[in-house]
Design a protein around this ligand. Sequence first.
Ligand code: ATP
Length: 224
Amino acid sequence: MNKRRIAVIGLGRFGATMAQEAQANGMEVLAMDINEDKVNEIADHVSEAIIADSTNAKAIAAIDWRQFITVVVAIGSDIKNSMMTVIHLQEAGVPDLWCKVQDKYHASLMKRLGVQRIISPEEEMAKRASLSLRFPDMSQQMLLGDSQYLAEVKIMQRVDKNDFLHAIRRQGHQLVAINHKQDKHYQPATEVPVCLYPGDSVLLLSNANESKTREGFVWPSLTS
Ligand code: ATP
């Protein structure tokens, strides 16, 4: 079976990490940068690494971009270069284009151009980190669209089934799965144990906007 191929243009911290991780996860990666040192640094970790200026139409035309399922443009700090690269790649027929952006202005330009996925790493990370600060018992959370979260919440104190279910219902969460007695796996939440204890954890689906209009996110009170 052919390996899935992607290309990453711009090998700063974001692009280089993305390229190396994708290769380590079993994909074939073409990495490109205008800077020779960046290309040499990554050459041993990806399938192919080339030095080229992606704003140069001839350099782009020298590659068959349709062989890649996705092309990631990770030139964050130079919006002009980022835009020119995206335009050339669209003209070359790239079906799925992801772009790292530095700010809202950059993001709105990329949206206008019809880029498939816009990534703002600093903003996304800051949102996650601020939630972790506010709710230390929330071990991870995944934003689903703009208004929903899937959250893994640690049980910090013993809580009875009825109190637990009542708190969840009152706060507008949906219980998705439970990891009880430090089992290795989550089980679907079809049956809730009589009691939950520290060491247990739950997966909750939450409507972020609804929760915020009450007392902020309310994970801690699940266990009080
Ligand atoms: P980081 O991911 O480190 O936050 P950044 O988003 O701030 O990076 P830059 O450091 O400006 O972005 O650029 C990322 C990489 O893109 C650099 O290695 C740079 O050499 C490369 N780059 C910039 N312009 C071009 C271009 N026209 N063609 C190819 N690579 C380019």
